[in-house]
Design a protein around this ligand. Structure first.
Ligand code: KIV
Ligand code: ZN
Length: 408
């Protein structure tokens, strides 16, 4: 093979790779400011929503669901301001299937460079009968009318059959087909009540991909709630069955137990790209600061043991773990703290800690502990840790002073 052949081969292989990446690109649709913000205890002012939207833009999410324009004048204002001030992501508003909602969203999204309308209507028997008091035919008619009316304002229209998971399969297929015929460009399948399992959602999405006419021309999306703690696993299963959009929220906030967590699904996709083979465009280095910002704005601290962004994600107290991490962090860490923008690996000194971590922390504080002094200080440190739990740097320095004084 000559050089030209080589170049052609490289070009072909990068084309193949690009199309592979393209096929496997997952659109990240963030609903922190809509599903997340509508949950009790997470309400934000317009200015707070703008700050959060700017952080989401910096993360490089593909779509920001900025609110539900018809919900209140404040929410209409938030959607409008985000649409005019935040450049980059597509800005979306939620809407019921009525004309007034669609008009309110169209007004609010008017300044956006790229916009999307997200229409939802309940399709499950319980929603049709108990909430909407509509027959199946009436639901289909409302989907057709609202999606086609929305298309007179928007090129990009997402339709969600609310409570899709508890909807009869045949009717879900019919509802999706009507939405596609009327011009929907994304079909989002919500597990509104967080009821499904990874196997079940895989089977459902496979069925929809195979059965719904026109599905190959639109984006199939998953919107999973975490009532049974399976939102991230379910979202990944949906991707494996052909979905190419996940609806997520920072810190997993959202109705009840919340939505699929943005940071968890994005880092699962990145960390396990070997077996999953998907990609997102998220700048993961902003995950920690975005999580902290949301916690500060809403007054809801991030649980210490929260995956990816909790304080314990890269903290170790047990001696055996500390020893391993000192030798090589990958003994107990599958991600690098800097990849998620976290302050770094932390060796917490407590009653479970070992001599290696104590020696290392003392050295960082300027004290070299060797010879007989290390066992003595270690013994005193364990007694102190039994009393107070975590031993901080000041307490440790005081202890060291009692035995050796601190050398710079
Ligand atoms: O959970 C849900 O069904 C929703 C829809 C509005 C998409 O949030
Ligand atoms: Zn939801």
């Amino acid at each position: 093979m000559n050089t030209t052949d080589n170049k052609d081969a490289e070009a072909n292989s990068s084309e193949t790779q690009d199309s592979h990446v393209e096929n496997n690109h997952v659109t990240v649709f963030d609903t922190t400011l809509r599903d997340g913000e509508q949950a009790p205890g997470f309400t934000m002012t317009v200015d707070q929503k703008i700050r959060m939207a700017a952080a989401l833009r910096d993360l490089n999410v593909d779509v920001i669901e900025a609110g539900f324009a018809a919900a209140s004048p404040g929410d209409e204002e938030s959607v409008r301001r985000i649409a005019s001030e935040i450049e980059g992501p597509r800005i979306c508003s939620l809407s019921r299937s009525g004309d007034d909602d669609i008009r309110a969203a169209a007004r609010a999204l008017e300044p956006a460079a790229k916009s999307r309308l997200h229409i939802f209507l309940g399709t499950s028997p319980i929603h049709r009968e108990a909430k909407l008091h509509m027959t199946c035919d009436e639901v289909l008619e409302a989907i057709r009318n609202s999606v086609s009316f929305a298309r007179t304002f928007f090129d990009d229209v997402e339709f969600s059959p609310e409570d899709a998971i508890r909807t009869e399969r045949e009717f879900l297929v019919a509802a999706s087909e009507v939405a596609i015929e009327a011009g929907a460009t994304t079909i989002n399948v919500p597990d509104t009540v967080g009821y499904t399992t990874p196997d079940e959602i895989f089977d459902l999405f496979t069925h929809l991909k195979k059965t719904v006419k026109g599905m190959d021309d639109v984006v199939l999306s998953a919107h999973c709630h975490d009532d049974l703690g399976m939102a991230v696993a379910n979202s990944i299963s949906a991707l494996k069955a052909g979905a190419r959009q996940v609806e997520v929220a920072v810190n997993g906030i959202g109705e009840r137990a919340g939505n699929c967590s943005l940071e968890e699904v994005v880092m699962a996709i990145r960390t396990r790209s070997d077996s999953l083979g998907f990609k997102t465009g998220i700048d993961t280095r902003g995950l920690y600061s975005t999580s902290q910002l949301l916690a500060a704005l809403t007054g809801n601290p991030v649980p210490r043991n929260k995956a990816i962004v909790g304080r314990n994600a890269f903290a170790h107290e047990a001696g055996i773990h500390q020893h391993g991490v000192i030798q090589d962090p990958s003994t107990y860490e599958i991600m690098k703290p800097e990849d998620v923008g976290s302050p770094g690996t932390e060796l917490v000194l407590g009653k479970h800690s070992g001599k290696h971590a104590l020696k290392q922390r003392a050295a960082m504080l300027g004290a070299k502990l060797d010879g007989n002094v290390l066992p003595q200080i270690f013994y005193a440190f364990k007694n102190l840790a039994d009393e107070c739990g975590e031993v901080n740097d000041n307490q440790l320095l005081e202890l060291i002073h009692q035995y050796v004084g601190v050398r710079a």
